[in-house]
Design a protein around this ligand. Sequence first.
Ligand code: C2O
Ligand code: CU
Length: 440
Amino acid sequence: MKNQSTVVTYNLEASQFPWEIAAGKTISAWGFNGQLPGPTIKAKKGDTVVVRVKNSLTEPTMVHWHGVRLPAVMDGTGDSQKPILPGEEYEYSFVVPDAGTFWYHSHANETVQMERGMYGALIVEDPSDPTFDNDRVFMVDDMKLTKNNEFLEHGWFLPKFIERHDGREGNVALLNGKEMPIVTLNAGQTERWRFINASSARYFVLHLGGHTFQLIGTDGGLIETPQVLTKVLITPGERIDIAVGAFEDGDTFSIESPPYDRTTFLKASKKTYGTVNVVAVKASTAYVPISLREIEALAPQDAEVTRKVKLSVAPNLKNGLDFRVNDRTHMNDAPVFVGDLQVWEVSNTSLMDHPFHLHGFFFQVLEENGKAPGYKAWKDTINLKPRTTVKIAWMPDNRPGRWMYHCHIIEHHEAGMMASFDVVDRSKPYMLSTAHHCHS
Ligand code: C2O
Ligand code: CU
């Protein structure tokens, strides 16, 4: 038993730097510590993580710790802090209460800063995690570059309108900041692979050339029992942990994504992200138990709905489209109270998909279009297909403050599909936050 929390400290410096995505192909990235993705932050469940962020960019930034159940003031958004100005430093400090695959990313001017590479992984381990022969993180991204490897800017109306509608999808697929990397693993071994979709809008359907894998974890850590699959959708913001292997010496296959039609103007296409080569056999000590953990149900499937959240898209005269929550853009939603179980009906009345993300808390999906999901999981991001309704349950624990939820297609978030709300402790005096202008 651990009686003392360990403190792990990291220094991150945000800056612009040259980054080689492939031999002879160098971009001018924005990111952390001169690498793309930024350094992987590693901690054990229960540790205190201290991250000092220095901003050496020429514009303000903030860092959001996606999925971590931290105090509201550490959430790294415009609702919880003042932006870190160029030349300034800011210290984030929080306990990581859950084991799993998390990530950090810029939460300021995200359509530019995230697109250019301002993200990294945050891995929280638990001594009771299953044993694998290796543990790897794969951050999936795409970038829209010109022939000269510059970020394509959209000055004129139609491409701009398409990007606002579809979200920005790139023409260059990146796996851990590289184009078409080669991944080598040993035959006979079973590894844990953690996938994080860090792209602005690209839906990534994880496919290993038809090989089966076991899905073992989602946004909020391990699920109850492994699911044997050949593909799984990972929307922007989501994480999926899988057990892969064992393969045979000489096997080779791609890490790829078959097309996913999320009803965009631009046609969905298949993308290949990397190649896996299986080499000499090695002994294995990996063991994937049938029962990974137990997840207690937060609420029954028929629990009464406490709030309705409607995602929609409507035309506007200025730039063509508004992305809305309950018919408004960048809205202020009503507060929730600590300890009051939340059962939200989130619906998507638009004709395209949206990945709905709740900051700071995990939810369970009770039903999707009236049907219970196939397995229980802790989630912070869930995809809503067109004309879909999901019912989710979550518990506001004692972390009062200002929180938000939004579509994780970054262009939709920017175009208004977001809401801020307060989590309120009834025993404390409370003043409703209003007139928050910053939507980041
Ligand atoms: Cu990863 Cu506000 O989101
Ligand atoms: Cu969206």
